[in-house]
Design a protein around this ligand. Sequence first.
Ligand SMILES: Nc1ncnc2c1ncn2[C@@H]1O[C@H](COP(=O)(O)OP(=O)(O)OP(=O)(O)O)[C@@H](O)[C@H]1O
Length: 309
Amino acid sequence: MQFKSGEDRGGDASPSVPLHSASLHGKGVLSSVLSIPRLRLGRRGRCCVYIRSSELTTITAHNLTHAFGPTEVLRDVSLTIEPGESVALVGPNGAGKTTLMRTLAGLLDPQGGRVELDGEDLQHVDRRQVARKLSVVPQARPQVFEFSALEVVLMGFHARSGRFSLPSKDQKTRALQAMERLEVAHLAERAASVLSGGELQRVLMARTMVTEADTWLLDEPTASLDLRHQVALLDRVSEHCAEGGSALAVLHDLALVDRYFDRVVVLDAGRAVADGPTASTLTESLLSEVFEVPLRGGTVAGRKVWVVE
Ligand SMILES: Nc1ncnc2c1ncn2[C@@H]1O[C@H](COP(=O)(O)OP(=O)(O)OP(=O)(O)O)[C@@H](O)[C@H]1O
């Protein structure tokens, strides 16, 4: 099915493809792996090595533009997210972050420019194929209310096994394991409609985890989470990227951005005004200008913190 440019598909993408990757941690592994085609040295000294195969996804946005009525929301936005990259998307309210995420997911067709998934125009890629490569944790509560929490997580398998097939025992086990990982397994039988905001957010993240999609598009995935669960969720994102997957995540907490993301894209009034390594890109002057408050950066216990002057 083809959609017209600018058409909003609604809904959210989901799930799957096994990774052919290897991740190695610590020193002493370099010499043994130099023949492997892709090598990424993560932050905090982590060494991740992965094999670039056709099954690892690269997503590229070329000169995206979009307007809602007279309001231009995306203006000539270009970016590429390659396997292994963890990228944070930051910017003020209304900057266009969710619109960009939805466009990258193929849920909203851009009015100008295009999104490519592994070199193919996203508009021409079968939705199920998209769902095998990209998984979305949306900002808004999706329509999952008539389902139990476990059933929501099991939806992560739809891209591979089909929407109407019954979940296998193995799929249920894997769904529960992902839920345990995010401490929501005890809520498996509870209706999604009664979950708290933070519980639902972790259930939706568990759904993304079971998809095995290479690229995770996470729109404020920590917005409703307490500190412990923020750390647990972002640790999982880091592991995913260390295994050769990739993530683009909208975050407002700049300390978390600094701690967990190698690269940051700053969106301001629909334009990508900065894109680069987190430590060198997030400067006091840039952030103060974009957020229109005087910000000072400092270090506490070896971690970057930002305070309003
Ligand atoms: N469907 C729509 N119809 C009309 N305007 C829209 C629509 N979706 C978004 N907008 C407008 O586009 C602008 C960008 O919205 P978007 O949700 O992308 O911002 P954001 O950067 O994610 O903001 P926040 O940090 O508040 O989540 C906003 O001004 C919003 O009101």
